[in-house]
Design a binder for this molecule. Sequence first.
Ligand SMILES: [Zn+2]
Length: 195
Amino acid sequence: MSEEPAPKSIPESSSSAVNGGRTIEECQDMIQRSLRNPTVKFLRQHLEKAGCGFGDKFIKAVHCNKKIAGGYVRGEGILVCSNHMNIQDEVNQVIIHELIHAYDECRAANLDWSNCAHHACSEIRAGHLSGDCHYKRELLRGYMKIRGHEQDCVRRRVMKSVIANPYCSAAAAKDAMEAVWDVCYNDTQPFDRAP
Ligand SMILES: [Zn+2]
């Protein structure tokens, strides 16, 4: 979130909400429902195993002025932008995406969000592993399903997020993304393990 000190937080620019959005209270209820989502539960278990368990206040609904869906703030938690949420699937996706960032930060003590390659790597993983680019979600955004769309979609969304990092120019974001793409796209932890 842009209000937070930059190196601590990851700006996101993946909001696809076009309607009025939800109130903070409605969004809190949707967050509670997300905690029963199997992928959210799976990631929560793995965070706990890695020593980064979280409590009830870790995921918060907030009103966002910027056109973002949510964000992760180091040491504080996950923010979900209620005014940019309409359906449960959007809330689930924001939480799953941000939990992958939290997981990356937990497993790598030296992760530095002001490092464009570190940020790009976590965005590649979060974009790919969360299912943000599942073709059904891409169709809803108005993108056609084509061969190779998933990687194109992940690239597009990684660029949006990394460019929003005040430490990364567009050129630096692109270079960083290309440099780490293969390693990070194929790094599927913790989804390659039993819960
Ligand atoms: Zn992200």
